[in-house]
Design a protein around this ligand. Structure first.
Ligand SMILES: CC(C)(COP(=O)(O)OP(=O)(O)OC[C@H]1O[C@@H](n2cnc3c(N)ncnc32)[C@H](O)[C@@H]1OP(=O)(O)O)[C@@H](O)C(=O)NCCC(=O)NCCS
Length: 171
């Protein structure tokens, strides 16, 4: 049997499966978390992806979405939610989504991506702690899943960010 993991764009028909994965991982009341204030507008087109097994590409195992966020009027991305079906966690379905998502974001000429997450997970994708760049970027309410991390998608773009700023939802 072929156990290759594939990544494809999300389809309308995936919505129920995605909701189920998010509910199981973050709880049904997840929409009350502060990070959802940043998810009120539509996600970035072409960057809602799912990971599946090649042998069964209709069954969603992992899901990733990116939203627009603004820092001093600089258009940035906010990665998330990212989640993998519990039974399949730790088998690469998450990392392949992050890698592919960031690759597509670069092709779309995006410059900076934020995520609220665990540094140990995201460091392999070159996400940095804000403190390593002396950045103080406040969010609207605390994000509960790890700290805010930043990655530049275009060389030196991180230097465009003001040292002290507010991460704002898309207007
Ligand atoms: C975090 C998550 C998306 C990672 O995806 P995944 O497919 O399980 O993990 P991957 O196989 O891509 O990566 C495995 C690595 O992630 C780490 N990891 C983080 N959370 C893990 C989990 N719940 N189970 C297994 N590994 C996990 C492992 O330590 C492993 O590290 P290594 O590569 O150094 O060995 C997934 O476990 C998940 O949905 N967790 C619950 C929801 C969540 O926390 N989302 C992230 C919010 S930012």
């Amino acid at each position: 049997m072929d156990h290759k993991i594939i990544v494809r764009e999300k389809k309308e028909t995936d919505n129920d499966q995605i909701e189920n994965i998010l509910n199981k991982n973050f709880g049904e009341n997840r929409h009350q978390r502060n990070v959802y204030l940043y998810r009120k507008k539509s996600p970035i087109k072409g960057l809602s992806l799912v990971s599946c097994l090649n042998e069964d590409s209709n069954t969603v195992i992992g899901t990733i979405t990116f939203y627009r966020t603004l820092v001093s009027n600089i258009n940035c991305l906010l990665l998330g939610p990212l989640a993998v079906s519990e039974f399949f966690q730790g088998k690469g379905f998450g990392k392949i989504l992050v890698r592919k998502g960031l690759e597509i974001a670069k092709l779309k000429n995006e410059t900076i991506c934020f995520v609220s997450g665990k540094y140990n997970y995201y460091k392999e994708f070159d996400f940095l702690k804000l403190s390593s760049k002396n950045l103080i970027i406040n969010t609207t309410g605390d994000f509960t899943y790890g700290e805010l991390l930043v990655k530049e998608l275009k060389k030196d773009c991180i230097n465009l960010l003001p040292l002290k700023a507010q991460l704002l939802p898309e207007k």
